[in-house]
Design a protein around this ligand. Structure first.
Ligand code: ACM
Ligand code: ZN
Length: 469
């Protein structure tokens, strides 16, 4: 039999078996017998799916594996409904390549409603992605209610919009808990990101005393990297970090907490008497070391609370915190350096994993970042484990992640357009073992034809240009 199964990500092993297959009921879900079984010889979160004329049966060592199998069955049922109404007789054995299969969403440059955040999580679940990295604080808006610092959302969540009206929004702690629960039902962990020590303008608009100059500033209205950052010369700033993180830890049960660490100019620190004092009294070499000192202290706080710190690859500069996990975004070098030093890493190089970059090389394309292009095929050729790593270092690559920054992405429709179909491609890179030789892009495109019909049926729009659909 040569039937193509439009499965994305494609399972580890698919065998079409003898028999007529299973007729799918028209307007109801397909009954499926589920049983948790430990002795399948399957890795964690794997599953086995058997379909024949008498029914569908799903087995897994754990509930997450069953959930993954349900997503596969959902895709098979959708394909059956588009075709002759039957799922072919088959046996699928499947399990993930990486434990970390992430998708990141910036809700700060543009704000996205609770409903859109849940829809983003639904899209992840369909593709067997399991880590939602929620980027919650930025120069252009602070998006999470913090009870001890109410001005973070009274002032910091709002900026002057292009039309002169306030633009912004935030999530209450109850809403954030709702997102955590919604994700957990879909076997997805939410990792919050609270940016330290840079990208802090919205905080400083609310509490200027946390910066070096103490001067009042406004929430940023444009994109970029800004000199006004937290002042690590002040103890009150560390108290602020700990107070905020204490509330964050109450909301988010994730083992990992992302503390940003990227793009922090040292301009203010160079002329700030308190920062210079700190450098002297702590015996630090320079301002890079002051950033490292800051991240070390935050890591210490998180470790005391039984959590682990993740930061963007700039946290390597000035010396990595002892147990930090590094998210490598400026290419792969940061990830290679961290893994070589025995630290865990998540690979999210902007060359392949930034879905805010344009997916078609067309000047008329305005939804995504104008200066960078990352095509569907380019995403599909991505390999998360760099060749430079030896096998004992490669095991530090926990996985990989797609990142969506939203400077140019303003609403749910534009978000879907940026995500798809590239997120579908990356989901396969994150889930499926690298085959011998290269991945077959044409085979992926063939399956994508059907997968895009599933996306349409689920009201998920996508960029159809260059797909010949
Ligand atoms: C980043 O893209 N600034 C992590
Ligand atoms: Zn300072």
């Amino acid at each position: 039999m040569t039937q193509t199964l439009d499965l994305i990500p494609y399972p580890v092993q698919v065998e079409l078996t003898e028999g007529t297959g299973l007729a799918v009921p028209e307007n109801e879900s397909l009954p499926c017998e589920e049983s948790l079984t430990q002795d399948l010889g399957l890795p964690e979160h794997g599953y086995r799916l058997l379909v024949n004329a008498s029914g569908a049966q799903l087995q897994s060592p754990d509930a997450t594996g069953l959930f993954h199998g349900q997503q596969t069955l959902r895709q098979l049922v959708n394909q059956a409904r588009r075709g002759d109404g039957t799922v072919p007789a088959l046996e699928i054995t499947d399990y993930p390549r990486f434990p970390w299969r992430g998708a990141h969403l910036d809700v700060c440059r543009h704000f996205f409603s609770l409903e859109t955040v849940k829809a983003f999580i639904d899209r992840m679940a369909l593709h067997k992605l399991n880590v939602f990295h929620w980027h919650l604080t930025e120069d252009q808006g602070w998006r999470l209610e913090i009870k001890k610092y109410p001005k973070l959302t009274e002032i910091g969540a709002w900026r002057k919009g292009a039309d002169g009206q306030p633009y912004g929004g935030f999530y209450t702690q109850d809403q954030a808990r709702e997102v955590v629960a919604y994700a957990a039902e879909r076997h997805i962990t939410v990792i919050p990101e609270i940016e330290i020590p840079g990208h802090a303008v919205a905080t400083l608009a609310a509490y200027p005393e946390l910066g070096c100059t103490g001067k009042p500033i406004e929430v940023e209205t444009t994109w970029g990297i800004f000199d006004d950052v937290y002042c690590p010369g002040k103890e009150s700033v560390f108290r602020f970090f700990e107070d905020v993180l204490s509330e964050v830890l109450e909301i988010f049960p994730s083992t990992y907490i992302h503390i940003g660490g990227d793009e922090c100019p040292k301009t203010r620190w160079k002329t700030c008497p308190k920062c210079q004092d700190r450098i002297k009294t702590e015996g630090l070499a320079d301002e890079e070391a002051l950033q490292s000192y800051t991240i070390h202290r935050v890591e210490q706080f998180l470790l005391e609370h039984h959590r682990k710190l993740i930061g963007w690859d700039e946290i390597l500069e000035g010396g990595l915190a002892p147990q930090a996990t590094v998210m490598s975004w400026r290419g792969t070098e940061g990830g290679i350096a961290a893994a070589s030093a025995g630290h865990d890493v998540i690979m999210t190089p902007n060359s392949h994993c930034y879905l805010d970059h344009k997916q078609i090389d067309d000047p008329a394309e305005t939804i995504c970042r104008p200066e960078d292009v990352c095509t569907l095929q380019h995403c599909y050729t991505y390999e998360p484990v760099p060749d430079d790593l030896q096998s004992d270092q490669a095991k530090h690559v926990l996985g990989s992640q797609a990142n969506v920054w939203t400077e140019y992405i303003r609403n749910p429709e534009e978000l879907d357009y940026a995500l798809f179909p590239r997120l579908s491609a990356l989901s396969e890179i994150f889930w499926s073992e690298k085959p011998d030789g290269s991945r077959d892009f044409n085979n992926f495109l063939q399956r994508l034809q059907g997968h895009c019909q599933l996306l349409t049926a689920e009201n998920i729009s996508y960029c159809a240009k260059d797909l010949n659909l």
